[in-house]
Design a binder for this molecule. Structure first.
Ligand code: GUN
Length: 289
């Protein structure tokens, strides 16, 4: 069994990005600039945003954080996005989700210029992704494809099972894995809450990706020997022994599943660190359009 070390891989990619930034600057180019819009004070969003900003600093990007209170109107947010769309110094930007209930996430996503949509959430980017055209890929699926590539995990002709059909992880990942390209070419089954015979489907899988947010859901009797398991779950569970009182737990019963795997991602330190790196990669790409 080999552990897929997302933390170390993310660190290597950050060094690669930092080197590219240096060479862009030495050639007189513009410093990549990411902006992030944060509404309210949701604890999870605050944590994600501060890691994103910190990662920008690590690789030499410029970053701008725009904060709004929970009471911001949709119009104010749309005006801010229009300014960011038209600001030539900003290469790409994100609006951290979730947004308060009185704001339509769909309207906000649609208002972001696809050429600055470094989250890869705009339908134009999702459509291009489905057609295998150059585009911004959503962070988590891109991070997973990068891990598979860097660990030389062969996906060609394999049975891949994706558990979860969210717009930002399961659905796009299922498309990427089935595309007719080097990292794809798998036979993909998308499973979800209505799937019957999930265990039988998983037992046939060469690659299983869990993205459902149920700690310890994937058990050892659901996987075959030699399977590759990618765990996207990051649920906070109580852990009185830690300073914070909680720790992150994945969707996989790691202790019992890991011995059967050829490769497996841990939680934390697997897919998580790769998502921020994907955002950095997209921002670098955005500056070159
Ligand atoms: N909320 C949870 N994940 C994400 C993400 O990748 N991007 C944005 N904008 N919001 C999120």
């Amino acid at each position: 069994m080999q552990l897929i070390d997302g933390k170390a891989t993310a660190q290597v990619i950050k060094l690669e990005i930092a080197a590219k930034v240096k060479s862009i600057i030495s050639e007189g180019g513009k410093v990549p600039h990411l902006a992030a819009v944060l509404v309210g004070t949701d604890g999870g969003s605050e944590t994600y945003i501060s890691s994103k900003i910190k990662s920008c600093e690590e690789v030499g990007f410029k970053s701008t954080l725009i904060r709004f209170s929970e009471n911001v109107t949709e119009k104010e947010l749309l005006d801010c996005i229009e300014n960011l769309n038209n600001n030539d110094d900003i290469d790409g930007f994100i609006v951290q989700l979730p947004l308060p209930k009185h704001i339509s996430e769909e309207k906000i996503t649609l208002s972001i210029s696809p050429s600055k949509d470094v989250d890869g959430f705009h339908p134009v980017n999702i459509g291009k992704m489905a057609l295998g055209m150059p585009c911004f890929l959503p962070a988590t699926p891109q991070g997973i494809m990068e891990l598979l590539k860097r660990y030389k995990i062969d996906t060609n002709g394999k049975n891949a099972v994706v558990i979860g059909r969210s717009n930002i992880v399961g659905r796009p990942l299922s498309i990427l894995l089935s595309l007719n390209n080097n990292e794809g070419n798998s036979t993909v089954t998308v499973c979800h809450s209505r799937t019957k015979n999930l265990k039988e489907i998983c037992l046939r899988a060469d690659i299983i990706v869990t993205a459902l947010g149920k700690p310890g859901f994937l058990k050892a009797d659901m996987v075959k020997e030699g399977v590759v398991v990618i765990d996207v779950g990051t649920t906070r569970v109580e852990a009185p022994e830690t300073k914070s009182g909680w720790r992150l737990k994945g969707d996989v019963d790691f202790e019992n599943v890991a011995p059967k795997c050829s490769f497996i991602t841990p939680v934390p330190g697997g897919v998580g660190p790769m998502t921020i790196v994907s955002l950095l990669q997209n921002t670098l790409k955005a500056g070159r359009f």
